[in-house]
Structures are given as C-alpha cells and as structure tokens.
Ligand binder design. Structure first.
Ligand code: AMP
Ligand code: GLY
Length: 436
C-alpha cells in the first residue's frame, strides 16, 4: 500500500512511524513532513497542507492507496471530499463533518440539538452585543474564537477587564483573522480534563484508550493555551466501562445527527471533556488525532494502523482489530522559548540518539527540519519525547530522563506532565531549560 500522510507535526511523525510497522505498507509520502518523517524513510513532498488541488494531484501521480490527513485545516478545506472525487480512499471526515472542529458555534449547535452536555454559552457576530452580554456575566468567563486558531483561540478571562480585552483581540484586532468573525462566550468550568478519541467508520465508534493533554504553556497549568505541551495515556480518571458510557453520552448522538444529515463520519472524532462535579461536559470536538495525544496513544497501539484506517475509510472496521498495550505512555513536548507567541527557528538539536537509548523511549519530531545535514528547529513545538512504562510514574521517569539528554538552545518544557494523574505527586527537580 502507498500512503500519503498530510501534515508536518509530531502527530504526523507518529503516524508515519506506526504506519510503517504495517506489513501492508510499501511506501509512505509526507506532505510536507518534517525531519522525523524523513528519518523514518518517508518521502517528504513540498506540498502545503492547505493546497487541496496540489495534494490531489500528488496523490494521483504517486498512485496513493490511502490518504491520511493529520491536521484540521485540510479537513475543513475538503481534502477528503476531493480525494473521494478522485477515487482515492481517505481516512478522515468530509468538510461538513469537519465543521464540528472548524466552527465552535456549529459544534455547540449540534450539542444543544442532540442533548450532549456542554458549558452554557452564547454566540455573537458583533462586538457590541458580545460586550453587553459579557458585563452581565460573572467572571471567570471563557472567550473563544469561532474558527480554527491552532489551539490558541481560547482565552480564559479571570475578570471582566481580561474578558473585554480578549474580545477586542479576537473581534477588533483580529488576532486569529476570519476565525474571529464570531465568538462563543461560555461559562467557566472546573474539573479534570480528559481526551476521548474514537475510530469511526461511518457506522460505529470504537474508542481509543483515554488520554490527558496539558494545554497551558507552563507548569501548574499556568500561562497561555498552546496546542498541547505533553500528554499521557491512559488517563486514570476515565477507563474501563466509563469509557463506553462516555462514548454513548458525548460521541454517539453527534455521529447519529451527522449521519442523519447525509454525512456519516469517518476518521477520528475527539471529544475534549471536562469532568466537573456536576458531570462531564464537552469543551470541544476535534475531527482528527490530537497532537500530542497521538504520540503516546500510538506508542500503546498493538493493531495494524494501516488496516484500521483503510477499514474505516471503506466503512467496515472490526472493533477487535483495535488493540492496545496495557502499559502507560507519556510524551513531553520540548518547545522553543516564546511559544505559543513569537519564537526563534533554526536552533541546532542534538542528543536524540542518546535519548532513544533510554528503554521504551521514542522521540517524535514536531517542528524540525534538516539544514546542511544538521537537524534544526522549525516550529514552536520542536520534539515530543515519548516513553512507554509499566505505569505512569515509570513512563514519566523515562520520558524526563530521555529529555535531559537532548540539547537545544532556547528550549523549554513543562516539568509536570503526568503529575495530575499521579495523585499526591510532589514537584520534582528538573531543569526547565536545556542549554547547549
Ligand atoms: P478548546 O479548544 O475549546 O478545547 O479550549 C482549549 C482549552 O481551554 C481547554 O482544553 C480548556 O483547558 C480551556 N477551556 C475551554 N473551555 C473551557 C471552559 N468552558 N471552562 C474552562 N476551561 C475551558
Ligand atoms: N492537543 C489538542 C489538540 O490537538 O487539539
């Protein structure tokens, strides 16, 4: 089988790494890929993730048997629809279903219609009305740009001054462009966050094990929201029968509604959940693997990912083919100083081989490229150092031991990935900068 993976992050490196283990797979192309996909032997192609025509031409020219879009942007732009029109199977939802992620207002509407529990909210398309509503709300309040903003369009405002500032930034400054044409204002929820992902073949949803992401940039969940600074799986707060109950509550009704609209969902659906004292609430849907959740999840996967994806694309997934190791996997993101705001690129990276000598460790590349035969940073999130262990404490210890072997100037990482899952864990002595 010849596979085209679309994207250039840690998730796409993990997808290439796992797909390559399948006996069905002959060749993998990555568009555009990164230093990590290159090291796995994939052919990196200089095609942008938002150039749907060029991606379709590439898939036809290379006689691709399965297209695997990693990020949300090509999905919302209709890459799956385009591939299907060209007769090429693709693992992912069509543009209609991808609106579940591409528009928070659309997602809220579907949740309201189908009775999925979520935070109370209002949607606004003009700043005056939003401002009037905001002053009536008790802080804290959550301000969300409606459209795609790489995980950065959500601002938790602690008081009305911050809330108004956030509103200005989204709607007047237009920090996220057209994604800020509308805003969703919603009540602030407290609880444990957990990610619930399912493989979907258009008829059924087969859950992956739970995972927990760490969205804030700094330790103790401080600082701005990012795409995710680390993740582990399983999350002890959502396991066993609870997982199936949660699918029935938060995923199945939405899939039924989409199918009833003539758009059965294929690919991965992801519910970002908040487990509040009043019960679970859906914070958002994504219509693809999470990054970095994908990295620890695929480290635990025992089935054949290529077969699973093909079966999803063809509408006949066998739930028994989706198998997982009992071990825990944990990934920590090494990021460039300044991320999620401005950061420098082109920093030399070394020590990956040493890091991978730590038992159970795999280093996934998130934002790297090869320049003059050297590996250099090319993104805000640079690496995701991921470890398998017999339990969460062991996986965490291995990931951090490996991370300490990596050298990159102006890098930082969170020192508390996994601590929420380790009840009573004390903060540990780990360097937050790995200087050369
Ligand atoms: P989202 O992209 O909607 O998942 O939001 C990104 C992050 O913002 C979430 O992972 C939460 O940490 C936080 N967040 C979003 N909505 C809420 C909410 N209603 N209450 C508290 N935190 C929230
Ligand atoms: N890590 C969260 C996301 O991929 O949206």
């Amino acid at each position: 089988m010849r596979i085209l993976v679309i994207g250039s992050g840690g998730r796409e490196h993990a997808l290439v790494w796992k797909l390559k283990q399948s006996p069905l797979v002959e060749k993998i192309f990555a568009a555009p890929g990164n230093g990590g996909t290159h090291r796995e032997g994939a052919i990196n192609c200089l095609t942008a993730v938002d150039d749907i025509d060029a991606l379709t031409t590439l898939a036809k020219r290379e006689k691709i048997d399965l297209v695997v879009p990693g990020p949300e942007l090509p999905l919302t732009l209709g890459v799956v629809d385009a591939m299907r029109r060209a007769g090429i199977p693709a693992f992912g939802p069509d543009a209609y279903c991808a609106r579940l992620e591409g528009s928070k207002a659309f997602a809220k509407q579907i949740m309201s219609k189908t009775g999925v529990p979520t935070a109370k909210y209002e949607v606004f398309d003009n700043i005056e009305a939003a401002r009037d509503y905001m002053v009536k709300l008790n802080a804290p309040v959550v301000v969300k740009a409606d459209g795609l903003a790489a995980g950065k369009g959500v601002l938790v405002a602690q008081n009305s001054r911050e809330a108004l500032q956030a509103l200005e930034e989204i709607m007047t400054v237009r920090a996220f462009g057209a994604a800020g044409d509308k805003v969703v204002l919603e009540e602030f929820l407290q609880g444990e966050e957990v990610s619930l992902l399912c493989f979907c073949d258009g008829k059924q949803a087969v859950p992956l094990p739970s995972a927990q992401d760490h969205k804030a940039a700094y330790d103790n969940d401080q600082g701005p929201n990012t795409g995710g600074m680390g993740a582990y799986s399983p999350a002890p707060m959502l396991q066993g029968a609870d997982l199936d109950e949660m699918v029935a509550l938060t995923i199945t009704p939405v899939l039924k509604e989409l199918a009833a609209c003539g758009h059965p969902f294929t690919g991965v659906i992801y519910a970002g959940l908040m487990l509040t004292p009043a019960g679970p609430r859906v914070l958002e849907y994504n219509t693809r693997f999470g990054d970095p959740e994908c990295q620890p999840l695929l480290m635990r996967m025992e089935g054949d990912l290529a077969q699973i994806m093909l079966d999803c694309a063809h509408g006949g997934l066998d739930p028994k083919s989706v198998r997982w190791s009992e071990q825990t996997a944990l990934g920590v993101v090494l990021a460039a100083k300044g991320y999620p705001h401005a950061y420098a690129k082109g920093r030399l990276i070394s020590g990956i081989e040493d890091a991978e000598r730590v038992a159970g460790v795999k280093v996934f590349h998130c934002g790297t490229t090869i320049r003059d035969n050297a590996l250099v940073s090319s993104g805000g999130r640079v690496l995701c150092v991921t470890a398998l262990g017999d339990d969460l404490a062991r996986a965490q210890a291995s990931a951090y031991a490996a991370l300490r072997k990596i050298r990159m100037e102006d890098a930082f990482y969170r020192r508390d990935i996994g601590d929420r899952g380790l009840r009573g864990a004390q903060s540990r002595e780990l360097p937050d900068v790995c200087a050369t």
